[in-house]
Ligand binder design. Structure first.
Ligand SMILES: [Ca+2]
Length: 398
């Protein structure tokens, strides 16, 4: 079987090499592949001319919502981008790495139409982050309700990914706001994962609710700047991606990097800034995966594969967009064990931020070439998708 797979892989690779010949860096529509050519897909542009699409969410009714960092919530429905935004959040303060960042839909969105946004704003004492819940009606946002606010932020390391867990609670990743000592302080909301009820109240079973001088919202701490968050199907383990220090800190990390994938559990300390890279210390958690040099992980999702027209071979794999290494990283897991990983679309579309699974089974992703650190193509930023290609070679290999 291994031999058979191998020979089909060779055929597939030859097909890909032939089909990719002469393509420019930004060409769309060529056949790409994963798993040594055995999984083939086409890259399609869904929407273009965007500005740093940070979060993508799919509603049960088929609409795709996405958030652009300057403060716009947009919707794509019936195969077209609505020209008018669903909302323009007027108090978004977009500078440096922050702005309108995380967005998620309530698990019962079909009934309540609740949508949650996390964004930076100008607070009295400087830049802050808040999470606000809105009710969506006919592609507009109504009835804002503050879930949490006054989270200190900065131009850099401002988080913030928001997502509901399998327990129905809202999880929020916060950055250290470039003051690394905050990450270890339990009286600070920075450098943490927070866990809240859907109305913003604190669940009584949070790990630090009974600890004096600790913020009751905290779920985990010792994070630098986590921007990817999802739960592994089957095990319900929480996975996060986190940006490492990126610059050489000492002789232990001469090449910078130190980006992480962590399995995040209640009350645990993920080390920053006491440990980083592959260091270990009693009582602190070291990452499951560590990347040096930096890849800059900006998102994270498990591919669930509910749609049979998608990629059954990717079911249970963890994907995240990488800004600096300009690719999507695919991690094959067996529970907590990393089986293998590979890079998709490397150096093809520039900086990649969000990844999300569409209801059609396609893998959607966004570019982030207009974030001040990229080299935008004329039609950037874009939301694109990987659509399976059923070639005879790929089909036989399966
Ligand atoms: Ca860490």
């Amino acid at each position: 079987m291994q031999k058979l797979l191998y020979s089909f892989s060779i055929v597939a690779i030859l097909l890909i090499v032939t089909s990719c010949a002469g393509q420019s860096k930004q060409t769309v529509g060529g056949i790409e592949s994963a798993a040594n050519g055995s999984i083939q897909f086409r890259v399609e542009t869904v929407a273009s001319g965007l500005e740093v699409p940070w979060s993508i969410c799919f509603a049960p009714d088929g609409r795709m919502f996405f958030a652009e960092r300057p403060g716009r919530v947009r919707v794509y429905e019936n195969g077209a981008l609505r020209p008018q935004p669903v909302a323009v959040i007027s108090d978004v303060e977009a500078s440096g790495e922050s702005g309108l960042m995380g967005m998620t839909l309530h698990p019962r969105f079909a009934d309540n139409h609740f949508i949650y946004l996390a964004y930076a704003y100008d607070g009295r004492a400087g830049k802050r982050v808040r999470v606000v819940r809105f009710r969506e009606a006919n592609n507009t946002l109504l009835e804002s309700h503050t879930i949490i606010e006054d989270i200190p932020a900065a131009r850099y390391h401002a988080g913030t990914r928001v997502r509901f867990g399998p327990d129905g609670k809202l999880y929020i990743t916060t950055g250290d706001a470039t003051d690394r000592k905050f990450a270890q302080k339990l009286d600070s909301l920075n450098g943490k994962t927070l866990r809240l009820n859907d109305d913003g109240s604190v669940p009584p079973d949070n790990p630090f609710v009974n600890q004096r001088d600790a913020r009751s919202e905290i779920w985990s701490y010792g994070h630098r700047n986590a921007q990817g968050l999802d739960w592994q199907p089957g095990t319900n383990l929480q996975f996060q991606t986190e940006h490492g220090p990126s610059f050489p800190l000492d002789t232990f990390s001469p090449r910078g990097g130190g980006d992480e994938v962590n399995i995040v559990e209640a009350g645990k300390n993920y080390g920053w800034p006491t440990i980083h890279h592959k260091r270990t210390r009693q009582g602190l958690e070291s990452p499951l995966l560590e990347y040096t040099p930096a890849v800059a992980p900006a998102s994270g999702m498990f591919y669930r594969g509910a749609n049979p027209n998608g990629f059954p071979q990717f079911r249970g794999n963890f994907f995240f967009g990488a800004l600096k290494s300009e690719c999507i990283i695919r991690v094959v897991l067996d529970g907590r064990r990393v089986v293998s990983q590979e890079r998709l679309l490397e150096d093809k579309y520039g900086r990649i931020r969000e990844v999300a699974e569409g209801r059609d089974g396609a893998i959607y992703f966004s570019t982030s070439n207009r974030d001040g650190r990229g080299t935008p193509a004329r039609d950037d930023d874009r939301i694109m998708r990987l659509v399976p290609v059923r070639s005879s070679a790929a089909g036989a290999a399966r």
